[in-house]
Write a protein that binds this ligand. Structure first.
Ligand code: FES
Ligand SMILES: [Fe+2]
Length: 378
């Protein structure tokens, strides 16, 4: 808490130590809502998508009119069950010894089961996970006791609607993956401020008027906005004419962002998946209204790709600096980096009480959370 008040960053070891990473996997990602994919991939009976909540593999399936999520681990000997990212299947059959589960998670068959007198299929139902929807977006949570997705989202869906964007009208048009040699929190920290934009992102600064840039924190998310430059609508990197006038960049705890750029109906979704303490996989998904043609999708994704390549260089250089042994804790410029402090306080809150005595750099941050009212601006 004192550190947060003093505007210090999290200790460097929190970004570099495998023990902190392991702690985060259980204390954060086993209890958090994770973006899993899109409803458009779950429209027919048997459609499925897979994702990970930290180390927990999860499969989401459509079973007739219901969308269900299960821990994607076989109850026989623990193999991951469904290995593909998405597809359609009539049942969930394990690729190891062919235990076969229905789309409702019940065990339907296990080869050789008749030879096992005490074998009862009902003992081996797939373990369920929570599933929640925000418009076309599917989220999952391995913690059945966690508050529902709406609690996490608060007023975020209202704020997105106020941009003029209708999320339900969007379809996925392109996906890109970036492997970044940096801790997931370095990547989130970098997303959460535009202090670096004038220096590092000349292209972005030519589209968004940084003088109008604002950052606002809520309970479990924060929002950055910036006015679209008039000049950018005429000569710029992509065609920014359309129903959305301003940039809107939302971060949602713990590792998801939803970004709307000036122009026709568009959204780019980013998921920052922790791989280990110094690697993160960033998956970008671009959705547009149907009127946007393929050439415009390409132009738009090239623009964002440029910004992301610039960000990857920044994040990887931060990771190397944090691991140098010559950096213990930095100083936030709170007027420009308040959303980092908000994020870091959520990290501290999640880890508080979970820290093992062996975890290094035990944070003296104990932010107590009373300063972040539900659904209210901070
Ligand atoms: S581990 Fe799945 S059937 Fe054996
Ligand atoms: Fe950036």
């Amino acid at each position: 808490m004192e550190s947060l008040r003093d505007a210090r960053t999290l200790p460097a070891s929190w970004y570099t130590d495998a023990r902190i990473f392991a702690l985060e996997s259980s204390a954060i990602f086993h209890h958090a809502w994770q973006y899993a994919g899109l409803c458009e991939d779950l429209t027919r009976h048997g459609d499925f998508i897979t994702c990970r909540a930290g180390r927990v593999p999860i499969v989401v399936v459509r079973d007739e009119n219901e969308i269900r999520a299960f821990i994607n681990v076989c109850r026989h000997r623990g193999s991951e069950l469904v290995l593909q990212e998405r597809g359609n299947r009539k049942s969930i059959q394990c690729h190891y010894h062919a235990w076969t589960y229905g789309l409702d998670g019940s065990l339907r068959a296990a080869p050789g089961e008749k030879l096992e007198p005490d074998f009862d299929r009902s003992d081996y139902h797939l373990l369920p996970a929570q599933v929640g929807m925000w418009g076309p977006l599917v989220f999952v949570n391995p913690d059945l006791g966690a508050p529902p997705l709406d609690h996490l989202l608060g007023v975020l869906p209202d704020l997105v609607r106020e941009t003029g964007l209708r999320l339900d009208d969007l379809r996925s048009r392109k996906g890109v993956t970036y492997d970044i040699a940096a801790n997931w929190k370095v990547v989130v920290d970098n997303f959460l401020e535009c202090y670096h934009c004038p220096v590092a992102h000349p292209g972005f600064a030519s589209v968004i008027d940084l003088d109008t840039y604002t950052v606002q924190e809520y309970e479990f998310f924060s929002v950055q906005t910036g006015g679209g430059r008039e000049s950018a609508r005429r000569t710029h990197q992509y065609d920014a004419h359309g129903e959305v006038r301003d940039g809107f960049y939302a971060y949602l705890w713990p590792n998801f962002t939803l970004n709307i750029y000036p122009g026709p109906g568009n959204v780019s979704l980013n998921l920052f998946e922790p791989i280990d303490e110094s690697h993160t996989r960033a998956t970008f998904e671009y959705l547009f209204v149907d009127e946007v043609d393929d050439a415009a999708v390409e132009e738009f994704s090239r623009f964002i790709d440029q910004v992301q390549r610039e960000d990857s260089v920044l994040c990887e250089s931060v990771q190397r600096g944090l691991a140098s042994g010559y950096f213990q804790q930095g100083r936030l410029m709170v007027s420009r980096e308040s959303a980092l402090r908000h994020f870091q306080s959520l990290v501290c809150q999640a880890l508080d009480g979970h820290r093992s005595p062996s975890a290094p750099g035990a944070c003296d941050l104990n932010p107590g959370r009373s300063d972040y009212p539900v659904d209210g601006r901070v």
